[in-house]
Design a protein around this ligand. Structure first.
Ligand code: ADP
Ligand code: MG
Length: 490
């Protein structure tokens, strides 16, 4: 009797398996792959960026850079003055703090600088994630949260690094949102980006806000420099390599800064700095041009965003948005063809459910049966039992979105190289180094390789080895501390 029950159970299970396989087959047979491919080819053609088009985009970027330097409001590119006109020499000495606020996390950093010989003698940091409600809440709450963490961190200063009696701690504040800088250590917030939205903070001096919050904590620290993360990355990179000319961020958001000849900044009416140079924060995320390959998916995402019509380049290029564009493409295809089964998976309709790190995991799956793709589709979107063809298709969509982003970022960098005249050879030994930081560049290998290849493609045979990309790991924090050091009154 028992044996019969076992036989029955086994038979039922076997039949269920066969039926399941047949259903999956039937489903994937029900997919008109020819039609899916046709639909996809059309989307791909809108995203296409052949070399010539990228060169035009780089030239458009260069033109906007000129316009933004000529007058405030002259371009979509704000080309903000950083007031950083002294780049690090290596002689910087002492204990300095940095605070890096600009995305999902903020970091506080303590650096002991030891001059040319000692370099960075010691370094210590604390990373805190920002509760989402503080990104859209009250200004004071955000700054109190930050000052509290900073105060906790400062309390852990070791005896050997303690500052001499009577000396105040100094801080370089990396604040990665568009700021109208009034001096090296003050500036008013122009607008929020990357999902932050605290209306009352716009127009306020962010250094004053931070200083008040530090006072409320009883923390004795002074903000010596307010810098953008791109500026910090550039300066941190320059400390290690004197050929660094630009800093680029490819993380949650995207932006770039570079070293400009002060005499060409016609909107600057102050005295020319002794160095003859000034670092410019481009705010390239706000670049916009009819040449950009914008699809219906980008338009819809922009329309529903916190900042419609703004940061268009950033929305094509940066980590906050890439996964979301992939989701929107997959949703549209799934609504027309049953690539994920007869009903559209409900989770696929949720905005921002597919994050860029998950997209990256899908894209990097090199197993023959695309196991990781299957796992991610299950985990993130609740899609079970996908066929290999469907999984391959998902990878193709990631590939399109990631490479469009990487090629555009390369075009932006090429625009800077043209602007500073490093696209042709004046001296055979001349090197130009671009320091890049950010989670997208650091972790999304296919993206960063494509960026590097595309830049070489744009530079051409003669120049491709004269321009080098380096990963400036956390350069922006050290960079802010270095700027504080070189402008310290201690
Ligand atoms: P932020 O830009 O917030 O200062 P990061 O530079 O660390 O911080 O970048 C974090 C961003 O990088 C994330 O929002 C995400 O978009 C992207 N990112 C992080 N890890 C990965 C990954 N493994 N693959 C692709 N993108 C990643
Ligand atoms: Mg950052």
């Amino acid at each position: 009797m028992e044996r019969r029950a076992v036989y029955t159970a086994v038979t039922v299970a076997a039949v269920a398996c066969v039926v399941a396989v047949l259903i999956i087959r039937k489903r994937s047979k029900g997919i008109k792959w020819g039609k899916v491919k046709e639909m996809f080819a059309e989307i791909q053609s809108k995203c296409a960026l052949p070399t010539e088009k990228l060169k035009q985009i780089a030239s458009a970027m260069e033109t906007e850079m000129h316009a933004g330097l000529a007058s405030d409001g002259g371009s979509k590119l704000k080309m903000l003055l950083s007031y950083v006109d002294k780049l690090p020499t290596g002689d910087e000495k002492g204990l300095f703090y940095a605070l890096d606020l600009g995305g999902t996390n903020f970091r506080v950093l303590r650096v002991q600088l030891g001059g040319k010989k000692g370099r960075v003698v010691d370094q210590d940091h604390l990373e805190v994630s920002i509760p989402p409600h503080l990104m859209i809440g009250a200004c004071q709450d955000l700054f109190d949260f930050i000052a509290e963490a900073l105060s906790r961190f400062a309390a852990l200063e070791s005896e050997e690094h303690k500052l001499p009696e009577g000396k105040q701690r100094e801080l370089g504040f990396t604040f990665s949102f568009p700021v109208k800088q009034l001096s090296l250590s003050s500036g008013t917030l122009i607008k929020w980006t990357k999902g932050f939205s605290i209306e009352e903070a716009i127009g306020k001096d962010v250094v004053a806000e931070l200083t008040k919050a530090m006072e409320r904590q009883g923390l004795d620290m002074k903000v010596t420099a307010l810098v953008n993360d791109t500026v910090g990355t550039l300066v941190g990179g320059r400390y290690d390599d004197s050929d660094v000319m630009a800093g680029v961020i490819l993380g949650t958001g995207s932006n770039a800064a570079y070293v400009e000849r002060a005499s060409t900044i016609s909107k600057w009416h102050g005295d020319l700095p002794q160095s003859g140079e000034m670092v410019i924060n481009m705010e390239w995320g706000n670049f916009k041009s009819p040449l950009l390959p914008i699809t219906e998916f980008d338009e819809a995402m922009d329309f529903e965003s916190l900042n419609p019509g703004e940061q268009i380049f950033e929305k094509l290029v940066s980590g906050m948005y890439l996964g979301e564009v992939v989701r929107r493409v997959l949703l549209k295809v799934a609504q027309e063809y049953p690539i994920f089964g007869d009903i559209v998976p409900p989770k696929l309709e949720t905005p921002f459910i597919l994050r860029t790190p998950q997209m990256s995991k899908i894209h990097h799956d090199s197993s023959p049966d695309l196991k990781d793709v299957g796992t991610k589709l299950k985990e993130v979107l609740g899609i079970h039992n996908t066929s290999l063809k469907t999984r391959k298709f998902v990878v193709d969509v990631c590939d399109m979105v990631a490479k469009r982003a990487a090629r555009l970022a390369a075009a932006g960098i090429y625009g800077i190289i043209k602007k500073i005249g490093r696209d042709t050879k004046s001296d055979p030994k001349q090197r130009t180094v671009i320091a890049i930081d950010g989670g997208l560049f650091e972790h999304y290998t296919i993206f960063s390789k494509c960026l590097d290849d595309t830049l070489k493609e744009l530079l051409g045979e003669e120049m491709k080895n004269s321009v080098v990309i380096t990963h400036s790991n956390d350069g922006s924090g050290v960079g802010a501390a270095l700027i504080a050091a070189s402008h310290s009154d201690n």
